[in-house]
Design a protein around this ligand. Structure first.
Ligand code: UDP
Length: 475
């Protein structure tokens, strides 16, 4: 009799997190046909088209369970999406517990793997007597910070941003307080308190699965492994990169216009500019970026959204505004043939896989970063929010596969700086060295997920352990 090992995956309604954990689930069932995954999805509102496309791309071997949408009508109309997500998570917890209990009663459930934003689920595994893991869709460096955050909180009394010396976390490149994630920028804020509480719960995990590969963060991962051998932190498994391979686009003919445009460009000649699923710039910054692109004289493909439309659920609304209205007068005309502005959203993996792309100006969201790496595209790091500044430090100071933009004192990246850095990457000597280093990193990323690669071996060891547990359950 074939025994199916059952794993429950618990997601959060944040587009980039969802995309990452679904890719992980796909890889798991692809490598191990006798593992069955049920993905439990807390929701609020109805999913936007971009999110729907993610679910549509799943194989039939992954069951999807959508929890009833949480009612957020009592929240003020202008509640920040990040708070809406937090409230959705906390209001969904009883439903998640019930769903897990039902799965446990009816199948050989051996493990629950929950997104790193929903650490409240970690104790449920213990209650149901199954293993409980956290899926961390970011760097081992951020994970180290999370695991050491209580220690830092005790050791440092001022605001981190006021520290003169950079913070040293074992195995990590020193990092300035101003580059730490948003919740750490105000220690008296509610977000900081939540950050510490969430991090404490990581210690309840039977293991933490990181969406990165050993070769990209070897020093940090080794330092974490030394700690885990001492039994002071949970086991950390580097199992990535999980990057969407198949394009996932909405499919109107207008959307492919940019691919046709790329077909006409020379190899490695175009800079791709995008700030992820949620990032937008101020109107002033959009204009400055436009001038910088124009001044650089380099070809570009820019995914542009109207200013200050933040949306971590990739729901960019009704699309009733024409973002090009926010560009400097005459910009589109002057750059015709030289650059292309794509409104709102584009199929990023498809673009990065096109041979015409020679550079990626990115906000350093972790999915975008890994997508750049697996396609071997050198980066310009322009971090905006969340942990993106930390990612930029890793990419520019440690791995040296990115050039980081300098923000001037007025908080704007100015046109001369933009033009300088684009030229440096696309046609400068330093750009050539970055390309070489990125090639090495790309090869390592590709190798990590080959049959004998570091990430595949690690994931397979876990999977074999889960399978042996389900066999034990049936005897
Ligand atoms: N993305 C895309 N088209 C866009 C913008 C973003 O396909 O126009 C995808 C991108 O490929 C990545 C994800 O959305 O997989 C963004 O995730 P990331 O972690 O980079 O950043 P976040 O959205 O969390 O800021």
């Amino acid at each position: 009799m074939e025994v199916k090992t059952h794993i429950a995956v618990v997601s959060v309604p944040v587009y980039s997190h969802l995309r990452s954990i679904l890719e992980f689930s796909k890889r798991l069932v692809h490598l191990h046909h006798d593992i069955h995954v049920t993905c439990i999805n807390p929701t609020f509102g109805s999913p936007c088209n971009n999110t729907k496309a993610l679910f549509d791309s799943l194989p039939l071997t992954i069951n999807q369970m959508f929890l009833p949408p949480v009612n957020l009508e009592d929240l003020p109309h202008d509640t920040h999406p990040a708070i809406q997500v937090q409230v959705t998570i906390s209001r969904s917890l009883p439903l998640i517990y019930d769903a897990l209990k039902a799965l446990h009663a009816t199948s050989s459930l051996v493990a629950v793997i929950s997104d790193g934003l929903i650490t409240q689920v970690l104790p449920f595994g213990k209650e149901l007597n199954v293993l409980s893991y956290s899926y961390f869709p970011s760097t081992a460096m951020l994970l180290s910070l999370c695991l050491y955050s209580a220690m830092l909180d005790k050791a440092i009394s001022c605001e981190y941003r006021d520290l003169v010396e950079p913070i040293e976390i074992p195995g990590c490149i020193p990092i300035h307080g101003t580059d730490l994630p948003d919740p750490l920028q105000n220690r008296s804020g509610a977000a900081y308190k939540q950050f510490l509480e969430g991090n404490e719960r990581f210690y309840l995990a039977d293991g933490i699965l990181v969406n990165n590969f050993l070769e990209m963060e070897e020093g940090i991962i080794r330092a974490l492994q030394e700690e885990q051998e001492k039994g002071t932190i949970p086991c950390v498994y580097a199992v990535g990169p999980f990057v969407q391979e198949e394009p996932c686009r909405e499919g109107s003919s207008n959307d492919i216009k940019y691919m046709r445009w790329l077909d006409k460009q020379q190899c490695n000649s175009v800079l791709y500019v995008s700030f992820g699923s949620g990032g937008t710039l101020s109107h002033e910054q959009i204009k400055e970026l436009a001038w910088g692109l124009e001044l650089s004289g380099q070809k570009f493909l820019w995914v542009l959204r109207p200013p200050n439309k933040f949306g971590i659920i990739a729901d960019i609304g009704a699309r009733n505004e024409d973002p090009s209205e926010f560009l400097p007068d005459g910009f589109v005309k002057r750059t015709e043939g030289h650059g292309l502005v794509v409104p709102y959203w584009a199929s990023q993996v498809e673009i990065l896989g096109h041979g015409a792309i020679g550079g990626f100006l990115s906000h350093c969201g972790w999915n975008s970063t890994l997508e750049g790496v697996v396609h071997g595209i050198p980066l310009i790091a322009w971090p905006l929010f969340a942990e993106q500044k930390m990612n930029a430090v890793l990419l520019s100071d440690d791995l040296k596969v990115a050039l980081r933009v300098r923000v001037s004192e007025n908080g704007i990246v100015e046109r001369e700086e933009i033009s300088r850095i684009i030229r440096k990457l696309m046609v400068g000597e330093e750009g050539k060295e970055i390309i070489q280093r990125m090639k090495v990193l790309k090869d390592a990323a590709v190798d990590a997920i080959k049959d004998e690669g570091s990430s595949t071996v690690t994931l397979t060891q876990l999977a074999l352990m889960w399978k042996s547990l389900s066999l034990e359950c049936t005897v």
